[in-house]
Structures are given as structure tokens and as C-alpha cells.
Design a protein around this ligand. Structure first.
Ligand code: NAD
Length: 324
């Protein structure tokens, strides 16, 4: 039985990963500051702990653990990472976690470490044209991410790669592009665009309007959580180290994306574009490298995952639940 450790298991992707690893019959220990808010996770062991504390990391990383999935980060959507208000915390907290994990993984001779980087590390100058963003892996340098969140991701990619070169740490690094799905933040200030827009639509009656930040012409792609987990598994099972994009190439404008959600709701809702934090003008995954190395690409259109996500969030809204 493979022994696995999921850091950030109380979060959106970590929670889904715990369920997947358990379904494959592995032993899973999850660690997070908080229990999972939306799911009773099947982890064999779930430790509530602060990974900024080296003592906690020393306690949760067992000698010879087979696989560590490092997803813990101080992060949120545009309203959290692009306002500037949380920059110091984002950099300090996430860097401390990664410094501790890299150190302890070497000390305990971990078999393999997965690190979740982000498309936010790509330089802003390649993402100014919403119709032609460039996010191929080699375009990362010269670096110029548009947020401190992106700079920390870049630092930590390099941290893990340097631990690989100097201490033989066996790492795999992915750059996630907007992963979405049920069982993630939707109303606690850390929700990202898909969940926030689903919530706004679910909360609005027919004939009403929803606010969408920016002029709505900014572009993004979104990858459903199940596809993300499959790509992570393939990366971990391969000899390919990365960094590699894990995302979708189905690029939409934010207003088109909001229209898709409105369509799913069956309501007559209009869009009001208002000023707000929005990040780069255009972003899309470039999947050439991951397809070449792992033969992976998304299997379903955006609409399919979006419907599942909208249904989950509208049920939450209907039940007037809150995760705050
Ligand atoms: P999330 O916020 O739902 O999960 C992160 C978890 O880390 C949270 O449960 C949080 O409590 C935990 N955490 C934060 N600080 C901690 C600490 N000091 N000690 C212990 N746990 C701590 O985010 P997510 O969407 O599941 O993302 C997982 C990872 O993937 C993150 O590293 C994120 O930066 C990266 N990523 C996500 C996306 C996306 O679209 N969701 C895109 C790019 C990168």
C-alpha cells in the first residue's frame, strides 16, 4: 500500500485528491489548518496543523513516505490576490510552507513530491492581448508575474528544482490554470471566478443583473477538477518532472463565461461590467508539452463541468448555507 501525504487536504483540490487516492487503495494522511468545509473526507488520518511551523511539518512527514502532494498555499481568487491587501501574507505564508516541506522531504527521504504551481507565474507582458495570450512553459522567463502570488509560485518552483539538483529530491511540478468544480470556496472571500459567478447567478432572480469585474472581454480557460486530478496522476506516474501546464485550451471571455452560467440557470439575467480586480487581460493554457510528454488533454467541454459546479453552488444557495 502506497503511503501518501496530501498537504492542503482541507482545500478544494486537496479534498478531491484525498478521495481519488483513497479510491486507488492508498494510505492517505491529510494535513490542513482547517477540516474540509464541504466533505467528510475518507483520509486514514487527518491532521489539523499549521505547515508554516517546521515542527508540524516534521511531525506529519513520515520517514520514507512514498508521495507528498503539496497543495497548501495562502491563496484565493482575484478579490484576494490582486487587491494588494494580502501580498505580505501570501508570500510569507506560502514560502514558509514550501521551505519547510522541501527540507523535510529530503530529510525523510520522501519518494516523490508534487508541487502545485500556477499559471499566475507567467509574465504579464505575454498576456496583454486577450485574443493571443502566450503561456507555453518556456515563456516563463524573463519573469514578470502580475501578482506576488505568482512570484511566490515561481520562487517555490525554483526551490523544489534546486532541492532536486542538490539533494536528489524527486519532484514533479505542475502549473494549474483555473481549476474549478464542486466542493471549493464559493462565498468566503477566497472564491475564484467560476464559483463567484455561479453564486451570483444562483442568488439573482430572473429579470435581475449580476456584476462582473472588468469590461468582461478579458479571457481565461477553466479546467474541471476531475480532469486536473487525472493529469496530476499521470505526471506523478511518469518520469517527466515539469514544470508543465495543467489546464484547458478552451478560452472564453469572462462575459461569455458568465453567459454560459446564466444559460445553465435558465434565468433571464443581464451582466453589468463594473471596475474590480481582474488580473491579466488574457490567459489560456498551452497543452502542447503535456500532450507530448504524457498524452494528456481534457476530455470534456467546459459546459459539462460548469453544469455540475452550478448545480452544486445553486443547491448551497437554495439551502442558504454559509461557509464563513
Ligand atoms: P484552497 O485554498 O482551496 O486550498 C489550499 C489549502 O491550503 C486550504 O485548505 C488552506 O487552509 C490550506 N493552507 C493554507 N495555509 C496553510 C498552512 N499554513 N498550513 C496548513 N494548511 C494551509 O486552494 P485550491 O484551489 O485547492 O488550490 C490548491 C493549490 O493549487 C494551491 O497551492 C494553489 O495555489 C494551486 N493552484 C490552484 C488553482 C485553482 O484554480 N484552484 C490554480 C493555480 C494553482
Amino acid at each position: 500500500m502506497k503511503k501518501t501525504l496530501v498537504l492542503g487536504a482541507g482545500g478544494f483540490i486537496g479534498g478531491h485528491l484525498v478521495k481519488h487516492l483513497k479510491s486507488k487503495g492508498h494510505y492517505v494522511r491529510g494535513v490542513d489548518l482547517v477540516p474540509h468545509a464541504y466533505s467528510d473526507l475518507p483520509a486514514d488520518d487527518f491532521v489539523i496543523g499549521d505547515l508554516r511551523d517546521p515542527q508540524v511539518v516534521a511531525t506529519v512527514v513520515d520517514q520514507g513516505v512514498d508521495e507528498i502532494y503539496q497543495l497548501a498555499a495562502d491563496m484565493g481568487g482575484a478579490g484576494y490576490i490582486f487587491t494588494g491587501d494580502n501580498d505580505a501574507d501570501v508570500m510569507h505564508n506560502s514560502a514558509l510552507i514550501n521551505l519547510n516541506v522541501a527540507h523535510e522531504a529530503v530529510k525523510k527521504q520522501a519518494g516523490k513530491v508534487f508541487y502545485s504551481s500556477s499559471a499566475c507565474m507567467y509574465p504579464e507582458y505575454n498576456q496583454l492581448d486577450p485574443d493571443n495570450p502566450k503561456c507555453s512553459e518556456e515563456s516563463a522567463y524573463p519573469a514578470n508575474p502580475d501578482s506576488e502570488y505568482g512570484w511566490e509560485k515561481l520562487f517555490s518552483e525554483r526551490l523544489y528544482l534546486s532541492f532536486m539538483r542538490n539533494y536528489n529530491l524527486n519532484v514533479r511540478i505542475a502549473r494549474f490554470h483555473n481549476i474549478f468544480g464542486p466542493e471549493g470556496s464559493w462565498n468566503n472571500g477566497k472564491e475564484k471566478a467560476p464559483a463567484a459567478l455561479c453564486r451570483k447567478v444562483a442568488e439573482t432572480a430572473s429579470g435581475g443583473a449580476i456584476d462582473v469585474w472588468g469590461d468582461g472581454k478579458q479571457t481565461r480557460s477553466f479546467l474541471y477538477i476531475d480532469e486536473c486530478i487525472e493529469a496530476v496522476m499521470r505526471l506523478m506516474e511518469s518520469d517527466f518532472i515539469g514544470p508543465v501546464n495543467i489546464g484547458s485550451e478552451e478560452m472564453v471571455s469572462i462575459n461569455q463565461f458568465a453567459e454560459m452560467i446564466i444559460g445553465l440557470s435558465g434565468k433571464d439575467i443581464s451582466i453589468e461590467n463594473i471596475p474590480g480586480p481582474e488580473g491579466v487581460r488574457g490567459r489560456n493554457s498551452d497543452n502542447a508539452l503535456i500532450f507530448e510528454k504524457l498524452g494528456w488533454k481534457p476530455t470534456q467541454p467546459l459546459q459539462v463541468g460548469l453544469e455540475k459546479t452550478y448545480n452544486w453552488i445553486s443547491a448551497k444557495v437554495a439551502a442558504k448555507e454559509t461557509d464563513q
